[in-house]
Design a binder for this molecule. Structure first.
Ligand code: HEM
Length: 537
């Protein structure tokens, strides 16, 4: 009724009553909209969901009860996943934002292969999480879906080939040695000076390894990614370094606020009501974009010049290989615009530095908890090369094929994957096959949780000691672990399918170079502050 009463009055309204009538319409419209959503949320969705048929933990509360905190918080999630798996099997139903939001949680290799193998079309990343990342780094490879993703992936793949990555090996070792020498100086200075910003303990020094590793991996991705020198190991003043670090720090903090969630649905809020955080992100993005555009321009010019001189392929960093592939004739149908090339720089910084530095920090942590493994690793490295002061190309190649080094890294990546899970959403109603031959019926719009850590620590695959750090297991893997299909390096850590990590070999080479410089030079112990304590050998 109110709707009928309002509509005619609109046609004859004076300015004043027009405002009044519009307000009424808005009010009524909002109520209809809200009623529609409530009906959809509390009646239609639960009614149409078929995940109810799956086993799963009881609802965590009446209306908005959720299982997410236990599954998303890495401090508790590994054990929680194991509990759930033991109680409900490989495939289960969980609740996301409330009882109405039924989601599919799976540890089943058949289901995961089906979902991630069709990620681009049938199970894309949810637009909400893509929008969060895209606001920081643009629509690069990590965010793109469908045809846009296929094109970008096709062009970027050759840059991650074995051959291309081997050519980057010297960059990894140069930076690894620089880090080692910088830390050595810190330890030596601490021994001779009476005061130091780092805390001295016994024969060593407490050092914030997170910070040093992040600076090193950032320098490496700058040089190997696009021949750009951040030199952050020397100081943290480079304009692009500061801009990117600020953007990421604020972005991660900002990403979990109510305002940021609202901005996902109503992006105009950020434009109409800017605040300090959104201004800082905007400023950082402008700097990244300005310097990134210059880098793309220079690289393009260098490639054109190389071609004219008949020296194509001189540039060996990821971006130049990418631009080279983009300019090649075979790629005409996949060609990326300059804007897309620019977003690949932000994407490389986003996915290529933090992940590796987090992995390294956890590896060092695990080595402090297992001094016997640390010692064995040291011996494995020093027995392979004559001197660890510098690394010849022969030494570098020898290091890359030390089995125990490989096993230590894979075991750490198994136990503590830097990205602990991924989320997908069903683009349409579908039937997901499972390993027991049944099918899970999922409705369009329902979320799928794939927990990398939960998959990597399945006791039925890895054995009762699945939660223990045992690099030796990689010398003789259980049959079930060997047989899991489609995995990268036998792990779920790098995901699988069309969105799997193209940088996994890059990361392995980089981590190997850094460990082989650090482990022979220092002993790492757990510090009283729970940071990693480091002492001279
Ligand atoms: C230990 C280190 C690393 C780990 C654990 C890791 C893990 C992952 C995972 C799990 C994904 C898929 C995410 C998802 O689908 O939700 C991913 C994507 C990606 N990673 Fe890595 N990554 C690492 C290092 C690197 C490095 C060093 C690079 C580049 C130099 C890189 C480049 C990428 C790119 C470009 C994507 C997006 C791929 C796509 O969507 O097609 N990653 N990574």
């Amino acid at each position: 009724m109110p709707l009928f009463a309002v509509l005619p009055s609109l046609q004859v309204a004076s300015v004043g009553s027009f405002v009044l009538s519009s307000t009424k319409i808005l009010g009524v419209g909002s109520w209809i909209f809200a009623a529609f959503w409530l009906f959809r949320l509390f009646v239609y969705w639960p009614w149409r969901s078929r995940l109810t048929r799956l086993p799963g933990p009881p609802p965590a509360g009446k209306v908005f009860g959720t299982h997410l905190p236990g599954l998303m918080d890495p401090r508790v999630s590994p054990r929680r996943h194991e509990e759930l798996r033991q109680q409900y099997g490989l495939n289960m139903r969980i609740h996301g934002m409330g009882y109405f939001d039924e989601r599919f949680l799976t540890f089943d290799p058949v289901a995961i292969n089906y979902i991630l193998g069709r990620a681009a079309d049938l199970f894309p990343k949810p637009w909400q999480s893509r929008s969060l990342v895209s606001r920081l780094v643009g629509d690069g490879l990590f965010v793109a879906e469908g045809e846009q993703h296929r094109r970008q992936r096709k062009i970027i793949s050759p840059a991650f080939s074995n051959h291309s990555l081997r050519a980057l090996q010297p960059v990894f070792f140069t930076k690894a040695i620089e880090l080692r020498d910088t830390l050595s100086k810190l330890v030596q200075n601490a021994a001779t000076s009476s005061s130091d910003e780092n805390e001295k303990v016994d024969n060593g020094l407490v050092v914030d390894m997170n910070n040093w590793l992040w600076r090193t991996t950032f320098d490496i991705i700058g040089l190997a990614g696009f021949s750009y020198s951040f030199d952050s190991l020397k100081n943290e003043e480079n304009e692009l370094y500061v801009a990117y670090r600020d953007m990421l720090t604020i972005g991660v903090k900002y990403g979990f606020t109510l305002r940021s969630m609202l901005e996902i649905w109503f992006p105009w809020i950020g434009r109409v009501f800017p605040n300090d955080d959104s201004n800082a992100i905007k400023k950082s993005k402008e700097i990244v974009s300005r310097i990134g555009t210059e880098i793309v321009k220079q690289q393009k010019a260098a490639i054109v010049q190389d071609k004219m001189l008949g020296e194509s392929g001189k540039g060996r960093d990821i971006l130049s290989l990418l631009i080279g592939a983009n300019m090649a004739e075979f790629s005409a149908q996949y060609q990326l615009s300059d804007e897309e090339l620019l977003t690949q720089i932000s994407t490389l910084l986003f996915v290529g530095s933090d992940t590796t530095s987090i992995a390294l920090a956890w590896i060092l942590h695990l080595l402090t908890m297992n001094p016997d493994v640390q010692q064995k690793l040291r011996e494995a490295i020093t027995s392979k090369i004559p001197s660890t002061d510098s690394f010849s190309v022969t030494d570098q190649n020898a290091i890359m094929s030390i089995p125990y080094l490989d096993h230590v890294i894979k075991e750490a990546l198994r136990l503590i994957p830097p990205l602990h899970s991924t989320l997908r959403v069903a683009a349409k109603d579908d039937r997901i096959p499972t390993s027991d031959g049944t099918e899970v019926l999922i409705r369009a719009g329902q979320f799928v949780h794939i927990a990398f850590e939960g998959f990597n620590t399945r006791k039925d695959v890895w054995g009762e000691d699945a939660f223990e750090f045992k690099p030796e297991r990689w010398a003789n893997l259980p049959t079930a672990a060997k047989e899991a299909p489609g995995l990268v390096l036998g792990l779920m850590t790098f995901s699988l399918g069309p969105h799997s990590c193209p940088g996994y070999q890059f990361a392995m080479l980089e981590i190997k170079a850094l460990l082989s410089a650090l482990i022979p030079a220092f002993t790492f112990e757990k510090s009283p502050k729970d940071t990693i304590k480091m002492g001279n050998m």
